[in-house]
Ligand binder design. Sequence first.
Ligand code: CAA
Length: 391
Amino acid sequence: MSVGIDDISFYSSSLCVPLTELAMRYGVDPDKYRIGLGQEEMAILAVDEDVVTMGASAAWPMLNDENRGNIGTLLFATETGIDQSKSAGVYVHRLLTLDSNCRVVELKQACYSATAAVQMACALVMRQPERSVLVIASDIARYGLGTLGEVTQGCGAVAMLIKSDPRLVEVCPESGCYSEDVMDFWRPNYMDTALVDGKYSTIVYLKALRQSWKHYQQAGGIAFPGFSRFCYHLPFAKMGEKAHRKLAVTCGESMSDALLTEQIGSGLIYNRKIGNSYSASLYIALLSMLENDTEDLSGWNIGLFSYGSGCVGEFFAVTVQPNYQAYSRRKAHVDQLESRQVLSYDEYAVLFGQHSPRIDGEHDFLKMTNGRFRLTGLHDHKRIYIETTVC
Ligand code: CAA
């Protein structure tokens, strides 16, 4: 039986800041960000949005009366948890009016957890092929003003419907994993910005790629020449380029600039404008490739590398299904990115401060988002979410 991604959709934010604004502010050559890191803009979240509203907004366009009741499980992957106990997915379950017999749970391992969710979802569908699993990955990357990581911030959510006989991509059963207890990036419970050893994190990322690939090959995975395309976890687009060159060297393959662009370029397009979206980033890259590649990818294998600091890596493959383009949501995704309000550095800096956690349990948030769902406030330490009238 074939199991994989039947539908996929993303949601980011209605606000963004061009990295030229940060370059100007910090007196840095804009090419460092544009070429050196491969980034153009970063998505900034409205004050009345969080991982719940983003996740619900990502999933909403995929749901209809027919498929809603068939979702047996909702897996919510995030490193930007909003509660130590309650899963963010339970709020999303209500906002999406899912069936009360649907199980809901949250998964965490930095940027990797969405891949754990996808693998678990495939296993659940193998067990009960008539049911589907909704995987949502939603994150806000925050390092702090004036930090080295600041230009690699961003936010976004991706929603995927995992089903038998999927319309978009089959997830192949072989996979290679690598885990090691390292401190390259982490966020203690009492902090709302990440701590990171930036250069070290890029080294560990590449080590995890090599080791995951080795394990993937031992598991009987497809050899390098059997892949036409590759998608990587993208903390910034240049990391995907570095990773792909490293993998080619590991496999004894040569990698020209033209081949690199051909094999990974279409997967970088959305992330360059969104920035890091942690757990969602790899799947936004896959979505970007399916929607923007100039070739018909039907029948082709795409290699996926998922990395979560701390660290866990996994390499696996998907095979693109015939006629996948018929189910594209490209127009909605491009419109979403093109209609964002562009912020100046000062506007962004003010907004950044407004996202700090409220600890008195009472707060009303200004109406700012034009998304379908919003966080209206915190009352008696309870988060209040509503569906807005704006679609
Ligand atoms: N024109 C073109 N390129 C330029 C340039 C210019 N004028 N000036 C500098 N560059 C290049 C540099 O040569 C460098 O390229 P290489 O990496 O190929 O050598 C690149 O721009 C970056 O420059 P620096 O090394 O000086 O960058 P930095 O000190 O500002 O730090 C960073 C970059 C480490 C990524 C930092 O932004 C950071 O800490 N980010 C957060 C951590 C992160 O994203 N880690 C990624 C791996 S961990 C992970 O993947 C999990 C996760 O999501 C966090």
